[in-house]
Design a protein around this ligand. Structure first.
Ligand code: FES
Length: 158
């Protein structure tokens, strides 16, 4: 882990001015910002740990808790809600066996709900690993989960 951190920081010439991109690279590597890694970043960059936490908690893209390899964000804003987002949410929660806002035990998926992604005409919208998927249905969501390696029971597929 120390080696990986040194490698990431080295890419930015040990310059603490690059703290945000350094943390972005750390998150890409570990899928979140583990505490021991942040302590290592703090030691190598000579930045107070409090400053690192300040940055890590300011940006929504950073996570201090483990995140799954795949990120699923379902829009539950009004337009998506009336077009069936709650049914999709229930189905995804059942297949992943985790509630919105949680990460699966195998760290494969993080599922969350969001409010309006600004593309209401295409709703319901499910964002899968940063890719917007419009006019989502439960069947389509299950197909996507299957494609990402999740076992979906046959009776869940339609
Ligand atoms: S309510 Fe879902 S995109 Fe606007």
């Amino acid at each position: 882990m120390q080696e990986k951190v040194a490698q990431i920081i080295g890419k930015y010439n040990n310059d603490k001015g690059f703290l945000v991109p350094i943390l972005q690279d750390v998150q890409k590597e570990f899928n979140y910002l583990p505490k021991d890694v942040l302590v290592a970043v703090c030691a190598q960059l000579h930045v107070p740990l409090s400053r690192i936490y300040e940055v890590a908690t300011f940006y929504r893209a950073f996570s201090l808790t483990p995140r799954g390899k795949h990120q699923l964000s379902l829009c539950v804003g009004t337009a998506c809600h009336v077009r069936g987002a709650p049914i999709i949410q229930d189905g995804i929660e059942r297949v992943l066996n985790c509630k919105a806002g949680q990460t699966t035990a195998d760290l494969e998926f993080t599922f969350e709900t969001v409010n309006c992604l600004g593309a209401c005409a295409l709703g319901p919208i499910l964002v899968v690993d940063d890719e917007y998927q419009g006019q989502m249905t439960l069947a389509k969501a299950n197909k996507l989960l299957k494609k990402l390696g999740k076992k979906v029971a046959t009776d869940e597929e339609d």
